[in-house]
Unconditional design. Structure first.
Length: 257
C-alpha cells in the first residue's frame, strides 16, 4: 500500500501568539489601503498585458493518436473536446505508487480539484475542462463520489504516452489545446507554482488562446469577442450553450442563437 498522508498539521496561528498589530485610526487605515489599491491596480494592468501575450503565442499541431478511457467508453484527444473549440487537461496523480492509494489521491492534486470552479462556466465560453489520471475508472468513480467531484470530468490514461509527450509524466500540470477543422493544436502549458493561481473561471480562460472572448481583452485580429458580463448565468442555467457537442451552424455559430 502507498504511503498515507499523516494527520492534519495545525496552522501556525493555532499554536503561536498572534504578534503585535499595527493599530491606526480609520482615516490612516483608509489612506494606507488606498495607496495599496493603486499598486494593486497597476499590477492588474501589468498582468492583463502579460496574459495578452498568451493569446499571441503560436500553436503546435498534435499528430499522435492518444487514447482516454471514460466512464462509458474510450475516446481520443479530439473526443475530449466534446465538440467545443478549446480543451484544458489537468494531469491528476492517482495511482498505486502515489500517496493515499487506493482510497485517496495526491494531496496537492486533490486540493487543486477542490478549488476548481464549476466547468459549466468554462463550457459556456466554448472550453472543456477534464482531468486525466493513471488510475482505472472504477477507482476514479469511487474517489469522485467520496470527494464530491461529480462535476469534474475524469478520464483514465491507458499508458504513459500522453504524460510523456506533454510534460506531465513526473509532475502535475495543465495543458491547453484548441481544435480547428478536426485538427488539434497545443497552445499553452502551466505547472509548478503557476498552478497556485488557477481555480476560478477567469483564471482558466486566461490560459487559453481565445481568452475570455470579451471585447476589452487585447487579442489578435479576427478572434471572436463579445460584451463582458452579460454571458454569466447560474451554472445549471446555460442550457445548450454549455451542453456537450453543441450544434453549430455554418461558420461555427451555435444553432438557435
Amino acid at each position: 500500500m502507498a504511503q498515507q498522508e499523516p494527520p492534519a498539521i495545525p496552522a501556525p496561528s493555532m499554536c503561536k501568539p498572534l504578534g503585535k498589530l499595527n493599530v491606526v485610526s480609520k482615516e490612516d487605515w483608509k489612506a494606507a489601503r488606498d495607496e495599496l489599491v493603486e499598486e494593486e491596480k497597476a499590477h492588474m494592468k501589468a498582468r492583463d498585458r502579460l496574459i495578452a501575450k498568451r493569446r499571441q503565442l503560436p500553436v503546435t499541431e498534435v499528430d499522435t493518436d492518444y487514447r482516454f478511457i471514460g466512464p462509458n467508453d474510450e475516446t481520443d484527444l479530439l473526443g475530449l473536446f466534446q465538440g467545443r473549440r478549446q480543451l484544458i487537461v489537468y494531469r491528476f496523480f492517482y495511482a498505486p505508487d502515489v500517496e493515499n492509494w487506493p482510497d485517496g489521491a495526491c494531496s496537492g492534486c486533490s486540493m487543486f480539484a477542490d478549488t476548481v470552479a464549476h466547468p459549466a462556466h468554462m463550457a459556456a465560453r466554448d472550453t472543456t475542462l477534464v482531468f486525466v489520471t493513471a488510475a482505472p475508472m472504477d477507482h476514479i468513480e469511487r474517489l469522485r463520489k467520496r470527494m464530491g467531484w461529480g462535476h469534474i470530468p475524469f478520464y483514465s490514461l491507458p499508458d504513459e504516452q500522453f504524460s510523456k509527450d506533454f510534460d506531465v509524466e513526473e509532475l502535475f500540470g495543465l495543458n491547453v489545446f484548441i481544435q480547428k477543422d478536426s485538427r488539434v493544436y497545443r497552445t499553452f502549458f502551466l505547472n509548478g507554482r503557476g498552478i497556485e493561481e488557477i481555480g476560478s473561471v477567469f483564471s482558466f480562460l486566461d490560459m487559453t488562446l481565445l481568452g475570455r472572448q470579451e471585447k476589452w481583452q487585447d487579442a489578435p485580429e479576427g478572434r471572436p469577442q463579445g460584451d463582458p458580463y452579460i454571458w454569466w448565468r447560474l451554472h445549471d442555467h446555460y442550457g445548450a450553450v454549455a451542453a456537450p457537442n453543441p450544434p453549430r451552424e455554418a461558420g461555427g455559430k451555435l444553432a438557435g442563437s
